[in-house]
Ligand binder design. Structure first.
Ligand code: FRU
Length: 486
């Protein structure tokens, strides 16, 4: 493989494996000064195959060092998704001397001779900060006689009950288990019948407490990723439920379906365990099962979203999950340029310069009387990505039809959109990397995450207005200094 092939489309501020295939983030945990990112990994090919856990570590969740494979398939099966925790109190007995990491993951066995697949939950532990792992001799620790889809354990310590809680995807429900020691599990309850989207199999759940912005109130939020359904354009995506959890049962406080991201490329995301400063930080797999195996990278496939800090905010009488790129990202942008306050009129596109590198664009746009307005990222003479607000429908649409190659999948070029309450005043933050745009609207109230494959990011973007004018205030572009680009 020529070096430039491996470099093409390679992100600068997102994690991607050096080679071969990656999907879900697994075992996100902070321990002794390092953030750990394990991931679904096929070391033999750049398409999905027998799963291992790949491994990377970081001090800031932006620059990652890829380490050796952490978990290999064994007699119990290949290694599907799961989580990792620090066993501070040696509840397992694995850590008589000092605390260490435990991975809780799904062992997967393909069905043979007409029999269904078998999925069970297992443990592995590490005494050396995740560099080497021992599988627990009593694996698997949790199975099911009849459930065929029984996977993706997310585990956390619940102080109130002094127990570990496991949140598990069980077909089209989530089942909650509890345990004193990660080894013996007891069923608590099942959630999901007659509520939420059932467009596909439920996968990769997470249950976490989020703060309501500007208050001390916290609410429980259950994330559920929904597998691809070929009948639907959206492909695989993540929904969430806000409610309460008493250590045994989760109750949602709403019946409407709430999506975490309005772009196509954020799936199977979960939160970090044991982050010491109490932030709830999440990242997702920046792809979609609909076309993940076909995207035009060579020798490697897939990258993660930026890590995002999560909270709750009341928007138009209902709570929403708010996502903001972690503050660690800011130090990557040492070259900040304020944009002058400007009126943009119909047919007078206003253009700005960029340094043809990753960066962020923050725009505060006031609609005076335009019916449509937006921003075009000009990548090359032929390639561009457009974000357009339509004030009649109050929607934001991202169009990547001209961004770069898209014919690897019919679905990839379809528009991605999100419905807003109002478009008279919007704040837009775009984080742009070699092959992605992450859009955050109104200070993180909405996210739209999208892959793009331009030949280069480009040196220019422009703001446009249709049928009237818009006003740009308090806006800026932040990028690395040219000589800092890695
Ligand atoms: C989600 C998923 C998980 C499974 C893993 C297999 O993307 O299907 O449910 O554990 O991928 O790679």
């Amino acid at each position: 493989m020529a070096i430039q092939d491996l470099q093409k489309y390679r992100p600068e501020i997102h994690f991607a494996p050096k080679e071969n295939w990656m999907n879900d983030p697994n075992g996100l945990v902070y321990f002794e000064g390092e953030y750990h990112l394990f991931f679904q990994y096929n070391p033999n090919d750049s398409v999905w195959g027998p799963m291992h856990w790949g491994h990377a570590v970081s001090k800031d969740m932006i620059t990652w060092e890829e380490l050796d494979i952490a978990l290999y398939p064994d007699e119990n099966g290949t290694i599907f998704s799961g989580s990792a925790v620090v066993d501070w109190k040696n509840t397992t007995g694995f850590f008589p001397d000092e605390p260490g990491l435990v991975a809780i993951f799904t062992h997967h066995k393909d069905g043979v001779e007409g029999k269904p697949q078998v999925q069970t939950q297992s443990l592995a532990y590490s005494h050396d900060k995740g560099r080497s792992w021992t599988k627990y001799e009593g694996n698997p620790v949790l199975g099911h006689a009849t459930k065929v889809d029984f996977r993706d354990p997310k585990v956390f310590w619940l102080q109130d009950t002094d127990k570990w809680i496991m949140v598990l995807a069980t077909g089209q429900t989530i089942t909650f288990y509890s345990s004193p020691n990660l080894i013996d599990w007891q069923i608590e309850s099942e959630f999901g019948d007659n509520i939420g989207s059932h467009d596909g199999v439920w996968e990769c759940p997470d249950l976490l407490q989020l703060k309501v912005e500007g208050s001390n109130e916290e609410k429980w939020v259950l994330f559920v990723s929904i597998g691809d359904n070929p009948q639907l354009d959206a492909g695989s995506r993540t929904q969430y439920f806000i409610g309460s959890f008493d250590g045994s049962t989760f109750k949602a406080e709403h019946t409407d379906i709430r999506w975490l991201d309005f772009g196509k490329d954020n799936y199977a995301g979960v939160s970090f365990s044991d982050v010491l400063d109490g932030r709830r930080i999440y990242l997702g797999w920046m792809s979609n099962w609909r076309y993940a195996n076909e995207v035009p990278t060579e020798g490697w496939r897939s990258q993660m979203t930026l890590p995002r800090e999560l909270s709750l905010r009341e928007v138009a009488d209902k709570y929403q999950v708010v996502q903001k790129a972690v503050k660690e990202l800011d130090s990557y942008f040492s070259n900040k340029e304020d944009l002058e306050e400007t009126i943009v009129r119909e047919s007078e596109t206003k253009s700005y310069k960029m340094t043809n590198s990753y960066g962020e664009i923050v725009l505060n746009i006031q609609r005076v009387d335009a019916t449509q307005f937006g921003i075009t990222l000009k990548h090359t003479e032929e390639q561009s990505t457009t974000l357009k607000f339509d004030s009649k429908e109050d929607v934001l649409v991202l169009d990547r039809l001209k961004s770069g190659p898209h014919d690897f999948s019919e679905n990839f070029s379809k528009e991605q959109s999100l419905k807003l309450e109002d478009t008279t005043k919007v704040q837009l933050r775009l984080v742009i990397d070699s092959s992605s745009v992450e859009v955050f609207v109104n200070d993180g109230a909405y996210a739209l995450t999208s892959l793009i494959y331009p030949d280069e990011i480009g040196e220019e973007f422009s703001v446009f207005a249709v049928d009237g004018t818009v006003k740009i205030t308090d806006s800026y572009v932040s990028q690395p200094q040219k000589n800092q680009i890695t």
